[in-house]
Design a protein around this ligand. Structure first.
Ligand code: PHE
Length: 341
């Protein structure tokens, strides 16, 4: 009986490759048909020579073998069936209309970020990425915003249960970078930031910035202005005029708001800019305390830092009026940018 069982399994294995219902039927006849080996085994058994016990055992094993054979055949038939169904659905129908393939598209912020990275890399800047989940130390203390400082209120954030926070600005990377690479350094840190903000057409709780940090010997405001002008001229593909106004950020001294001469009206004043200038990039010379936090001696080195609003830049560059389009996840927003790559 064991032999028959093995032969049956071999035959079924062989039938798998032929993949035909006829092959299975042949196996059924060979084993379970009128002259099949299992049937013959039962027919030829000489019961007269067996004890009652032996007869019982033989009968039981024979039944088991039959059941086994039936089950195996059924399983093989079912497997065959499902393959057949798959074949049918995969059948090539040359009259069917073609399936369109749509090109993917990059998000406008990604495009703006890639462009900025390119331009800065061309000027010898490294591109670094810091964590979005940040410690209070790097996000606030290390950039000169102590616990009780009123500037904390400017950037209300999301606190996680483990004492970490979602970074409110990419300035959190300044001291991280100084600690890691020391001076001199030239780097940008693009990335996503978060603030506890109520959402309207120009405010989001999730947005992108691109921080820049240059620390070297004899760095001055003149270097800051020159770099900013060069970058903006490349981004907007024309010569731009900029101006600095005083601005306050605890991690720069002096601190500025860099305004861009309005590209729409050329500085005459229009609905977009109001008075001819668009507030664009907060910046300044790195505060000596920040350099010290990063292990850099402010008597030897100085530097500048700036925070480009990447989301804002993408909106200006591509004429997106409402910030909420950017995070809405609607592919119709992205699809418009598929040709820009
Ligand atoms: N981190 C500041 C903000 O998010 C921007 C900034 C960066 C200002 C670098 C000065 C220098 O508002």
């Amino acid at each position: 009986m064991q032999q028959i069982k093995e032969k049956l399994l071999q035959a079924l294995e062989a039938a798998k490759t032929s993949k035909s219902a006829e092959a299975l039927e042949k196996i059924r006849i060979d084993f379970l048909g009128r002259k099949g080996s299992i049937t013959t085994l039962a027919k030829n058994a000489d019961f007269s020579k067996m004890s009652v016990e032996e007869k019982k055992g033989f009968g039981q094993r024979l039944n088991e073998l039959k059941n086994f054979a039936n089950e195996q055949l059924k399983a093989a038939a079912e497997a065959l069936e499902s393959v057949a169904v798959r074949h049918k659905t995969n059948d090539l129908d040359l009259t069917a209309p073609g399936k369109g393939r749509r090109l993917g598209a990059l998000h406008p912020i990604t495009l703006a970020q890639m462009e900025l990275e390119d331009i800065f890399q061309g000027m010898g800047f490294s591109v670094l990425y810091g964590p979005e989940v940040e410690s209070e130390h790097y996000c606030f203390e290390s950039v000169n915003i102590p616990h009780d400082h009123p500037a904390r209120d400017m950037q209300d954030t999301f606190w996680l249960k483990n004492q970490l926070i979602l970074r409110t600005h990419t300035s959190a990377n300044q001291v991280r970078t100084l600690e890691r690479f020391g001076a001199p350094i030239r780097a940008i840190f693009p990335g996503r930031c978060f603030r506890y903000e109520s959402i309207d057409p120009s405010h989001e709780n999730t947005f992108y910035q691109c921080e820049g940090l240059v620390v070297d010997k004899d760095i001055s405001v003149a270097n800051l202005i020159a770099v900013m002008k060069t970058i903006l001229s490349q981004v907007f593909r024309r010569d731009v005029r900029v101006r600095l106004r005083p601005g306050y950020f605890p991690f720069v001294e002096p601190g500025f708001e860099l305004d861009l001469n309005c590209l729409f009206c050329g500085g005459k004043g229009c609905p977009t800019c109001g008075d001819g200038w668009i507030e664009l990039i907060p910046c300044g010379l790195v505060h000596p305390q920040v350099l010290r936090f990063g292990g850099v001696d402010p008597r030897e080195y100085s530097g500048f830092a700036f925070g480009v609003g990447l989301t804002r830049l993408a909106m200006m560059k591509y004429g997106i009026r409402d910030i909420r389009y950017l995070n809405c996840g609607d592919l119709r927003v992205n699809e418009q940018f598929s040709v820009l790559m």
